[in-house]
Design a protein around this ligand. Structure first.
Ligand code: G1P
Length: 267
């Protein structure tokens, strides 16, 4: 079955970007002149998604306002609400009715990708195997504990792996590999049943990773190890890097910015 819907969870509080996020949700922080979430909507549309469902909070009316003018002839953008901040797994389950029994993508707006290649590859892998498939990246050991970490068994092709273990933000002693989950997923609709079955983790949140772990024990979870350009705009340094690198790549402002940076650092 084709993957036609992308779910973008955008209900978080954005505390890392206070005081800006008192006035502007983190997903609307500008990457030069474009809100961060627009890059993710464009990435979804480039991968052939016809619908984008943003999961937001009623405390962030500007997301709803932005979504209202974000549809194009290619992609229809709508919102659903997550009424309590109960974690990523809970946010995804709020999109259940909107997804309507189809496979769907989850695209975390805290990560801006350099292009749409990873989500396209995940869609292709899902369409070939009917197995939920998630984006992975190799990171240095010091970074593993900030992410979901996976253990893998057979490797059916160079960068496609079967995931047999998955653990959210492991303590150093629990780390199973150097592979972490990056924020692109293509999920079979049975994930909603798994999300309904899991219990909240120790911080009271429903973790998407715990539902994915139920797929992993049934060998129903694949990963694509990717070296895609990725900006972790959920961190201040990642946001700054995205703003500078994306502006440098733009024809209108890039050359001017480059000259200014070169002059600034000329010794
Ligand atoms: C979430 C997921 C985690 C994943 C990460 C990617 O964590 O729970 O498994 O590795 O996104 O960015 P968060 O960054 O929301 O804490």
């Amino acid at each position: 079955m084709a993957v036609r819907t992308a779910v973008i969870p955008a209900a978080g509080m954005g505390t890392r970007f206070l005081p800006a996020t008192r006035a502007i949700p983190k997903e609307l922080l500008p990457i030069y002149d474009t809100p961060a979430i627009q890059f993710v909507i464009d990435e979804a549309a480039a991968a052939g998604m016809q619908r984008v469902v943003i999961v937001t909070s009623r405390a962030k009316p500007s997301i709803e306002k932005y979504a209202a003018s974000a549809s194009t002839d290619k992609v229809a953008v709508s919102v659903v609400y997550q009424d309590s901040p109960l974690g990523l797994g809970h946010a995804i389950s709020c999109a259940r009715d909107a997804v309507a029994g189809e496979p769907f993508a989850v695209m975390l707006p805290d990560e801006i990708m350099g292009d749409s290649s990873l989500i396209k590859e995940l869609v292709k892998l899902y369409e070939k195997t009917s197995k939920s498939s998630i984006g992975l990246k190799k990171v240095p050991p010091t970074e593993v504990s900030s992410y979901g970490n996976v253990g893998t068994s057979d490797t059916s092709s160079e960068n496609v792996v079967t995931i047999n273990r998955i653990i959210e933000k492991p303590k150093p002693a629990e780390v199973v590999s150097d592979l972490v989950i990056i924020g692109r997923y293509v999920l079979a609709p049975n994930i909603f049943d798994h999300l309904a079955a899991i219990r909240p983790s120790s911080n009271g949140e429903l973790q998407l990773t715990d539902a994915l772990a139920l797929l992993a024990v049934e060998s129903q979870l694949l990963g694509i190890v990717s070296d895609i350009t990725r900006y972790d705009t959920g961190t201040p340094m990642g946001l700054l890097r995205a703003v500078i690198e994306i502006a440098l790549g733009r024809k209108d402002i890039g050359p001017q910015l480059q000259t200014w940076l070169e002059n600034k650092f000329r010794s």
